[in-house]
Ligand binder design. Sequence first.
Ligand SMILES: Cc1ncc(COP(=O)(O)O)c(C=O)c1O
Length: 366
Amino acid sequence: MIPIIDLKAQYASLKPEIDETIARVIASGTYILGPEVEGLEKEIAAYAGTRYAVGLNSGTDALLLALKAYGIGPGDEVITTAFSFIATAEVIAFLGAKPVFVDINKEDFNINVDLIEARITPQTKAIIPVHLYGQPAEMDRIMALARTHKLKVIEDCAQALGAEYKGKRVGSIGDIGCISFFPTKNLGAYGDGGMIVTNDEKAFAALKKLHVHGAGEKYVHELVGVNSRLDSLHAAVLRVKLKSLDTWIDRRNEIARLYNQQFAGLPLVLPIPKKEVRHVYNQFTIATDQRNELQKYLKEKQIGTAIHYPISLPLQQAFSYLGYSQSDCPAAAKAAATVLSIPAYPELTTSQIETVISSIKSFISS
Ligand SMILES: Cc1ncc(COP(=O)(O)O)c(C=O)c1O
């Protein structure tokens, strides 16, 4: 069996240091916030190229609190992509604001920037671009639109920590960057975790309070906030793993290059990285009209795959009240029917990679 992801293989490669770290944190008696969280915040801010970072419970909370820090709520509109994980849009609606969906590019599945301006209204407060699968969205044009219309840009970097757009790390380009440490992310915890990175000092000051019940000082609550703290254990483990992140990203890129070379010329949409980016391939996702048949064939060959995502955001039942139909975001609807992620994690062996390649080629030639 070649699974779509093998978290046990990654653990095995770091076991002595991880085990020692977990034992040390448990023995320290500090489990909430503390030096490991502060250390990771400094290291991730440096890695992403921002001045500030705040550790949180999840990537979803990072998006939620980013919007909250900018006062977004009922009566406001937030523009985002029609094709992402639900969290990207759910947080907008959860705060009582209106998600406004924009269709995607057919080649890279990121937001189609040509379609954004037509959706801006006097109520629009922010844009949330997603760097889907680890490939940055077109940030130059998004930032230019945002500056013209005085909108905040909240980058959803959940799948893209370490990705670069024109030499800049994602998360440092918009006003706030939102990171997820969900276990399957390139930098994954052993549970939920997330972080915000930003250069915006005012937003940082608000976020430092919002994530600890709105308190600046203990038991003095200036804002209505939430409990969204990164656990010390997760932070300590992530600090160990962070040292390997760039090596893992390089290996993902090597595997992606090989797949892209071997699949060139086949009737597949391939995730070819744009010239101006560093793609981090959190997912290696192809597209084909025979997606369901290919997935079934690979399953028979004991190769794990995943569909990220089978339903576009505007067509999710949770957003039916917004009244979108199949024809509103056709590229996103098509992506939902055709995309397939295949194994591309750093621990894959050469023979596993060869099996994936030969199986896909044999499906297509049959
Ligand atoms: C694009 C995207 N946004 C947001 C999230 C939410 O992150 P989390 O699962 O850490 O809440 C995820 C991942 O799960 C994601 O892939």
